[in-house]
Ligand binder design. Structure first.
Ligand code: ISJ
Length: 190
């Protein structure tokens, strides 16, 4: 019998609060801080960089499509980046924008280049961040494998990585930003 692997995580695996038992105390502030992650990292290193891995129309992961109200076959604009603190990758981030939202002020998404998306998101008072959710990604999730691929030869990853995500809304149009914390984030002050 073909075992159908459940796509991990589903919407209900993204938690409002990281469980105390399984999240290292030093990681909790990173998972919970509702302010800009860019600003938080910048305050803890001398040189912050955004390394753009990919920015292209792609089919989102099923749980991303679900939270964006997209059909499984819909394509959206995907931006994948690594956030580097003093040259060391500390976060793998994915931002997904439904193509029909790529109008009006979300046009910023197109031309942002290697400038941090967060700088634009947190400077526009019209953009509202919805509550953060977090989950633990493991080998059952493609995003874990993507992070492993991006870090291959640079960094050995643990069996699971904590990630957080939230929607940013502008005039009702949503952008989904997900941030996967690499173990190197713990080298920065909490
Ligand atoms: C949402 C933010 O933007 C950060 C920068 C990103 C980018 O440049 O693509 C993506 C995710 C974030 O970690 C933030 O700074 O909080």
């Amino acid at each position: 019998m073909t075992q159908i692997l459940r796509t991990r995580p589903t919407r209900d695996d993204w938690l409002a609060h990281p469980p105390r038992a399984t999240v290292r105390p030093q990681l909790r502030p990173w998972l919970l801080d509702p302010q800009s992650l860019t600003a938080r990292i910048r305050a803890r290193c001398a040189n912050f960089e955004v390394q753009v891995i990919r920015q292209a129309p792609m089919r989102p992961h099923p749980d991303e499509a679900e939270v964006l109200g997209l059909r499984a076959t819909d394509r959206a604009w995907l931006r994948e980046v690594l956030l580097l603190a003093d040259g060391v990758p500390v976060v793998y981030a994915r931002s997904v924008l439904p193509r029909h939202n790529l109008r009006g002020a979300w046009r910023l998404f197109h031309g942002i280049g290697s400038r941090p998306l967060g700088a634009a998101l947190f400077s526009d008072p019209r953009i509202v961040r919805q509550p953060l959710r977090c989950t633990r990604l493991d080998t059952r999730d493609a995003r874990y494998h993507r992070a492993m691929h991006l870090m291959s030869g640079q960094l050995r990853l643990p069996a699971s990585l904590w990630a957080r995500r939230s929607l940013f809304r502008l005039r009702g149009r949503a952008l989904l930003v997900s941030e996967v914390f690499l173990p190197t984030i713990l080298n920065l002050a909490p």
